[in-house]
Design a protein around this ligand. Structure first.
Ligand code: ADP
Ligand code: MG
Length: 253
């Protein structure tokens, strides 16, 4: 550790003093968060608390007003080729699967590596098939997204993110649009990734996932990080009133 008295930044993803407004609405309030390589951080909190905005800020889908976000020590680029590379380094899996409807499953997975990483087409295809195998949908490779179930599509979205060899993957409520019977198959892929050391930020209310896979739970409310702890501590002994109220509501369901 540095003893120079200056702030030492050590995370793979570092947010310091991040603020973001939408007009008058202050949606990220002085966010300080450092995510280590290989760490799995689950972000929970009421609707509208800024969880999606936080994710979107980390891959610069949303610019921030003040503060700084660093990936691997480098400030996020704002434009051009380096922004495209950032988007590849920071994988994103959304609630709505966001696959290209007019491309096959295989093409959905090879597109990024071909365009952004300039991977050799044969190599990109080989890797895509391996990844589709890994998430259990290799036999669907030549189909189109609409021919797959929601759970299968979401697993393809994960394979697509992995195809870029991302440094971190952000998951924004990846199972909340799925029918209940498909949630587990997606969570299992995510648990597997976590075990293999992928750095992950996961917005989810799936407490089972948080308990199994998270190193840390971050609770947000009203644009602030109100509380954070390891899952066991957070779920059994939340210290803030807002976290207690929130857990009381979601755990009743
Ligand atoms: N593009 C936008 N323009 C204006 N307000 C937005 C926009 N995106 C989100 N908001 C508002 O910002 C707040 C935080 O939203 P969001 O990050 O989506 O919260 P969460 O994901 O925790 O539900 C909400 O009040 C939301 O209505
Ligand atoms: Mg959201």
């Amino acid at each position: 550790m540095s003893d120079s008295g200056t702030l030492t930044k050590t995370g793979l993803v570092d947010l310091s003093g991040v603020n973001k407004h939408f007009g008058e609405l202050h949606v990220l309030k002085d966010i300080n968060l450092s995510i280590a390589k290989g760490e799995v951080v689950v972000v929970i909190g009421p609707s509208g608390s800024g969880k999606s905005t936080l994710c979107r800020a980390i891959n610069r889908l949303e610019p921030i007003d003040t503060g700084e976000i660093r990936l691997d020590g480098e400030p996020l680029p704002s434009e051009g080729k380096s922004l495209a590379r950032l988007r590849a380094d920071v994988g994103m899996v959304f609630q709505s699967f966001n696959l290209f409807a007019h491309k096959t499953i295989l093409q959905n997975v090879t597109l990024g590596p071909l365009k952004v990483r300039k991977t050799d087409p044969k190599q990109a295809e080989k890797r895509a098939l391996e990844l589709l195998e890994r998430v259990g949908v290799a036999n669907q490779a030549s189909k189109y997204p609409a021919q797959l179930s929601g759970g299968q599509q979401q697993r393809v979205a994960i394979a697509r993110a992995l195809a870029m060899d991302p440094k971190v993957i952000l998951f924004d409520e990846p199972t909340s649009a799925l029918d209940p019977e498909m949630i587990q198959e997606v969570l299992e892929v995510m648990i597997d990734l976590a075990k293999q050391g992928m750095t992950m930020v996961v917005v989810t209310h799936e407490m089972g996932f948080a308990r199994t896979a998270a190193n840390r739970v971050v609770f947000m409310a009203d644009g602030e990080i109100v509380e954070q702890a390891d899952p066991e501590t957070f779920f059994t002994n939340p210290t803030s009133r807002r976290a207690q109220d929130f857990l009381g509501k979601i755990l009743k369901h």
